[in-house]
Design a protein around this ligand. Structure first.
Ligand SMILES: [Zn+2]
Ligand SMILES: [Zn+2]
Length: 313
């Protein structure tokens, strides 16, 4: 099952020529979920992976830079005669916000639902779940955990045959929990394996809840609005520095840290270097970069740089 995070916009607060407003597209199998939808997100998607039939949009919080792209995107879906349902989830106030925007996006003929979440709420999808948790920002703000259902344990086919189970349908019966020829499933099927887990911080100051949520996650996407020289400014505005994000990643022992929501004053290199001095496995994605997240036994999460040529092909 393919699992990846596509960075549609990696700026914080204001866009630059090279970085668009915050938006991350989660792709898992055929599922497409968008986290935040800053101004211009639909065009960012059109220029790269296409305006996919996103099933749901999760807003981390209601600051303008994280949702202004939504009314326009809704309108485009309507003009494209979208029929598939769309749900928008966010912290308390999301329902009210979208209602007030109704004047902008008008009537939608596709099924459209807006839901205020509370911290701890989960939204289930086929094979995975999204959970909201509180982070430390100005006003209510969520981080999100994306967690896959556990996988069945590894099946030891060789051992099964040695114990006298013939290759074929009996293998399936054992994997489904049946006893075959006196061989019990637990003899040949290993313990259940945890699904992959991705954590998105949204905008936040360093946050204990986030550290707990990120514990040994496959990927932590953390904001790094500032470098450490602006630690004070970060504290005043409820943001993190690259160094602080790296410290969280180190304590949580994540497999990969991806820094985003980068302030206009940084190109990205200085943010990356500062974080890597603390936590080596750090990347600072540019717009349209993607992180592939294989199962642990298949390899490490990896940043794939955007290749405009390949995208056009
Ligand atoms: Zn922001
Ligand atoms: Zn914010």
């Amino acid at each position: 099952m393919d699992l990846s995070l596509f960075f549609a916009g990696t700026a914080g607060s204001v866009p630059t020529a090279r970085r668009g407003m915050p938006a991350v597209l989660l792709r898992r199998g055929g599922d497409r979920l968008l986290f935040d939808c800053g101004e211009g997100t639909q065009r960012q998607l059109l220029r790269s992976v296409g305006l996919a039939d996103v099933q749901a949009v999760f807003l981390t919080h209601l600051h303008l830079d994280h949702w202004l792209g939504l009314p326009g995107m809704l309108k485009s879906f309507e003009l494209r005669d979208r029929e598939a349902p769309l749900a928008v989830y966010g912290p308390p106030g999301t329902v009210e916000l979208l209602r007030s925007m109704r004047l902008v996006y008008g009537r939608l003929r596709f099924p459209f639902e807006v839901v205020d979440l509370e911290a701890g709420d989960g939204v289930e999808f086929d094979g995975f779940e999204i959970n909201a948790f509180n982070v430390r920002h100005r006003g209510r703000a969520f981080g999100y955990v994306i967690v896959e259902d556990p996988r069945p344990g590894r099946f030891d086919a060789e051992l099964a045959m040695r114990l006298g189970v013939p290759f074929g349908p009996d293998f399936g019966r054992l994997q489904r929990g049946e006893v075959v020829n006196g061989v019990r499933p637990e003899q040949v099927v290993g313990p259940e394996r945890a699904g992959r887990r991705l954590v998105l911080s949204g905008d936040t100051a360093p946050c204990e809840m986030l550290r707990v949520a990120a514990d040994r996650a496959d990927v932590l996407v953390h904001e790094a609005t500032f470098a450490d020289e602006e630690r004070e400014r970060a504290a005043q505005t409820g943001h993190s520095t690259a160094r602080q994000a790296a410290e969280i990643a180190l304590e949580a022992d994540v497999r990969l840290l991806a820094l985003t929501h980068v302030s206009t004053r940084y190109g990205g290199g200085e943010i990356r270097d500062e974080a890597r001095a603390i936590f080596e496995r750090t990347e600072v994605p540019r717009d349209f970069d993607e992180i592939d997240v294989p199962f642990p036994e298949k390899g490490e999460p990896e940043l794939r740089r955007y290749d405009a040529e390949r995208a056009r092909a």
